[in-house]
Ligand binder design. Sequence first.
Ligand code: MG
Length: 168
Amino acid sequence: MDKKMEAAFNDQINKEYYSAYLYLAMKTAFAEMNLPGFVNWFDIQVQEEKAHAVGMYDYVLERGGHVELGAIDKPELNGKTPVEIFKQVLEHEKFVTSRINAVYDVAEELKDRAAMLFLNWYIKEQVEEEASASDVLAKVEMIGDNTHALLDLDKELAARVFNPPIIK
Ligand code: MG
């Protein structure tokens, strides 16, 4: 595996683990608000992000590359309210999309077709990640200070289930 490609994947593995860590911090915030449905939603986000990291980890090893694990940054929340937190989720997912695109740029530059094909899954996944963050953000914005509506949404989010992604 080209060293530049390997470095790009290693950086993204770290970003995916950081995402898991950030969502774990957000899960804590909702646990403290006594909103178990939101806690469930973030718990699934955490599991998905770990799966994204492991997908790339496995790919690097499969291609004979070296995985170099770096330190994971401390997650910082921009706010405490559901609206502030979901604004940050959407902003973060847009950032992750830009980073996945940057990894793809390296693959394209190196004419690494296998890496490009592999990254297609992540590019499509980011469309879903941004859509699901936007969806919850729109709902919490509509809810505002309506506690009943917030509890209804909490029930809705409690129904979300984790389907382990098949990254191929
Ligand atoms: Mg991810």
